[in-house]
Structures are given as structure tokens and as C-alpha cells.
Design a protein. Sequence first.
Lengths: 96, 96
Amino acid sequence: MTHEEVAACLAELGNTHRLAVFRFLVKAGHSGAPVGEIQKALGIPGSTLSHHLARMARVGLIRQEKHSRTIVCIPEYQQLEGLISFLNKECCAGNS
Amino acid sequence: MTHEEVAACLAELGNTHRLAVFRFLVKAGHSGAPVGEIQKALGIPGSTLSHHLARMARVGLIRQEKHSRTIVCIPEYQQLEGLISFLNKECCAGNS
DNA sequence: CCTATATTTCTAGATTAGTCGAAATAATGA
DNA sequence: TCATTATTTCGACTAATCTAGAAATATAGG
């Protein structure tokens, strides 16, 4: 994971709506949740949510699988792990 | 650390310049580095750097100590640790 | 007091992000 | 085929961010 990729992911998680979406998806587990369910749970207008989901998918924080009419969003755990391990390695060196 | 505080910190680290500054300060260690040194090392114009440093200080990622004419920037390790622990607790639950 | 140094504040332009209604697309089932 | 449901794309607007030169501030040393 490069410096730029890490910054891009952090920037996406650095928005309260998107962070809330990610937390919701993690609670939903490996099977994720459809867009409509996220929308109902968090009360975000469809077009706004769609925009945020697209951004998160673009940097690999989630993936979207189409099942007939619904699109299921699944958190990409290993991407978050990459992020955490980067922060641990590159940003905690020298810590007490 | 609240949802909003976490998002704010992640947003600040989600900029390549600021992430580079933070990484540089962590390498510098607990004694930190003066603004001028960061500027020389990373090649960022003074006014731009000052802006980014102020933002990072605002969310508690660094602190700034004035020693005569120079201002020393010090990374706030416990803030980053708070961030990492939040991501681990709230965003990794259910992971394989 | 004056000059040099370190850093910030001011200002302004350019770019990007966030928001959301309305229209468009896609798939299902009657 | 038609209506319904799920979601996206479009379009438009506002707000925030990024950038950096120029001027201001603060401090040290001569």
C-alpha cells in the first residue's frame, strides 16, 4: 500500500457519513448489506449515499455485488487492515 | 474518542502533504521538529505548510511548542493510538 | 535600534467535495 | 408489456479545501 493509497483511504473514512456506512457494513459482517438497507438505517438520501458508496468502492474500502435488482455492499477488511498496519508501522515508530 | 473526532482526524491524515508531515514527525521522534526543518525536508511553501500544521494541531494530531523564534511540532502518539484502536474495535469486528 | 530569521496571517484564485431532487436505467413479476 | 422496486446518473448549487505570494508579527543578536 503506497503513501498515496493510504492517504486516499483515510480521506474517504474521514467523512462522518462514509465512516458511519463503513461501521454499519462491518456490523453487518462478511455478507454486507444492500444499498437500500444502509439508506434506511442511516437516513441518507439515495443519490447522496450512492455518491459516497462509489467513492468508497473506488479506493477499495468496499466492494459492490449486484444480485438481481439489489446491490450488496461488502466491507473489504483486508484494505482496512492494510491501513491499520501502515499506521502502526510508519506512524508509531519511536513511540513510548 | 467520538465518531466525529475520529472522522476529523482521519480526514486530516487523508491528505498526502499532511500524512507526509506526520510520518516525518514520527521519524523525528518525541522531540519533534521545527517548522523550518519540515519545510526543508518536504519542500512545501511556508504558508501552505503552516496551514496544514494548524489543521493537524486543531484535531490533536500534533502539538506545537514555541522555543524562542522556532516552533517545534511534536506528534501526538496517543491520538493516533486512539484512532487505531477505534478502527480495530469498531471496524474490524466480525473479521476472519 | 536595526537587521535577519522563523513563522503566521491575509488574500484570492482554483479545485474538489457534499448535497439532493429529478430523470434515467435495470430487473422483476403480474 | 406495464407497473414497481432498487439504484444510479445528471445537473446545479453551496461550501470547503488547497495553494502560495505578499505582508505582518515576533524574537534574537549585533
